[in-house]
Design a protein around this ligand. Structure first.
Ligand code: ATP
Length: 453
């Protein structure tokens, strides 16, 4: 944590996530299970909106990318060939005094002496590799022959299906294959809420190209991905690009950037953008004995394509979006007295609920009927929430806290009781400015659709 204020901010965010149904601890009634989380009614909407926008930007809006959805369990040979079975590990250290199990990079060093961050003891084991893949068995026998792993990344199914997809899509280089799906890592220390989880989702693109295009495409994808984060409401000032130094890069990578975000608990990786050369396809070609080459019709050459990989975490991005959106400001209560308002300033594009509809009073049938008509009008196009209980100010506050960008109120003007010119108009209230405008019901759909696109 950077400071006490940051720690408090994070605590408030975690508590809001639970209170309003974004994120719960998995298996909570049994005491939970470390590093595992469930998304509640609002969390699942936020997550779906993020994934759909990624898919739209990375697949639908491009001619050069197609998608796939691979299985989580794969032949163990995949993990041998990719190098995961031998090397997908983190160095682990044990504290002999308090028995903490630590990632080596968590151990603190004071004047060259290693210390346990939990109890301060200097009695620590030497670092040893701990493989992060979860083991499982396929079929009825539990032995070496049936052993495999839950995938620790989605990328390998893209590489192993490269040839099939190349044939069916008839794409020419450069082109990409995208996938969103679950990945599992038995992290030594799951921490920082959902940031480091043991089960999470990735959004990965493998963009295949010629060797000479690799370095330029690495730059291109870094820029594209930065734009993506800005398009979901993350401010550029809180995003940072780390050029991963030679000694920390995978040996086959010619260049890797980490896109980092200033979380309240520090600057941390959101996404890796890596130029992986032809390493992955070469490994699988060698191990499977099947050709994974590309045939260039113009030059009549056969070769293994190179690849640039932007690999993002769904859960980390959801957490970044929530941290970015969380704000406290001042708003007048029912009597005009200023009170603290908690608001999630989500970009309307990814906000879980786009619009809430309120009848001013719940016991006035014509108001209720009109409000329900508006719900029916909007519902096929966006997620709408109907609420008739409590004072209007309270209803606004409840929506602010979950990031609903627009609230519509049906009042007596809507019924034309005071001014015939205002018949069939409503107030449209903006979450961030709290300003209200009078809008015709017939204009609502177009107006809102534009603002949430
Ligand atoms: P870290 O260094 O933080 O462990 P990594 O460099 O191992 O991450 P990659 O293998 O590059 O991560 O995975 C790509 C992306 O997948 C990460 O940028 C992150 O968004 C996501 N990711 C990886 N591990 C986890 C995890 N344990 N929990 C949540 N998301 C993760």
């Amino acid at each position: 944590m950077n400071s006490k204020a940051d720690a408090q901010r994070m605590e408030k965010i975690v508590s809001l996530c639970k209170r309003r149904g974004f994120i719960f601890q998995s298996s909570e009634i049994y005491g939970g299970l470390n590093g595992l989380w469930d998304y509640g009614p609002l969390g699942v909407e936020l997550k779906r909106n993020l994934k759909s926008y990624w898919w739209r930007a990375m697949v639908h809006e491009r001619d050069d990318v197609v998608g796939m959805d691979g299985s989580i369990l794969m032949n163990r040979a995949v993990w041998k060939a990719s190098g995961h079975e031998d090397t997908f590990s983190d160095p682990m250290v044990d504290c002999r005094v308090c028995k903490s199990r630590l990632r080596a990079d968590q151990v603190i060093e004071k004047k060259g002496v290693r210390q346990c961050p939990n109890c301060g003891s200097k009695d620590l084991t030497e670092p040893r590799p701990f493989n992060l893949m979860f083991k499982t068995y396929v079929g009825a026998t539990e032995d070496e022959s049936s052993l495999t792993y839950l995938r620790p990344e989605t990328a390998q199914s893209i590489f192993t299906q490269f040839k099939n997809i190349l044939e069916v899509s008839r794409k020419k280089l450069p082109f990409g294959i995208a996938q969103i799906g679950k990945a599992f890592r038995n992290e030594i220390n799951a921490r920082n809420f959902t940031f480091r989880s043991r089960e999470f989702e990735q959004m990965e693109l493998e963009y295949f190209c010629r060797a000479e295009e690799g370095m330029n495409l690495l730059e291109y994808w870094k820029e594209e991905r930065l734009k993506f984060y800005e398009n979901i409401g993350i401010s550029r000032e809180k995003l940072h690009v780390l050029t991963v130094p030679n000694e920390e890069r995978a040996f086959y990578s010619k260049g890797t950037y980490d896109i980092e975000y200033d979380f309240p608990f520090g600057r941390q990786e959101l996404e890796g953008v890596a130029y992986r050369t032809d390493y992955d396809l070469s490994q699988h070609q060698k191990a499977s004995g099947k050709s994974l080459e590309y045939f260039d019709e113009e030059t009549k050459q056969r070769f293994i394509p190179h690849v640039v990989e932007p690999s993002a975490g769904v859960d980390r991005t959801v957490l970044a979006v929530i941290c970015e959106a969380y704000a406290e400001d001042e708003a007048p209560d029912e009597k005009g007295k200023m009170e603290t308002r908690i608001v999630l300033r989500f970009h309307p594009r990814i906000a879980p609920i786009k619009c809430a509809v309120f009848p001013l009073l719940k016991n006035k049938e014509p108001l209720v009927a009109k409000a329900k008509e508006i719900v029916d009008l909007l519902r096929p196009h966006m997620l709408v929430f109907y609420d008739e209980s409590g004072a209007i100010g309270r209803r606004y506050r409840r929506q602010d806290e979950i990031g609903t960008p627009f609230c519509i109120t049906v009042d007596f003007e809507t019924l034309g009781e005071r001014d015939a010119k205002l018949r069939d108009t409503v107030t449209l209230r903006d979450r961030d400015s709290m300003k209200q405008e009078r809008v015709k019901i017939s204009d609502l759909l177009e107006l809102l659709s534009l603002r949430i696109a």
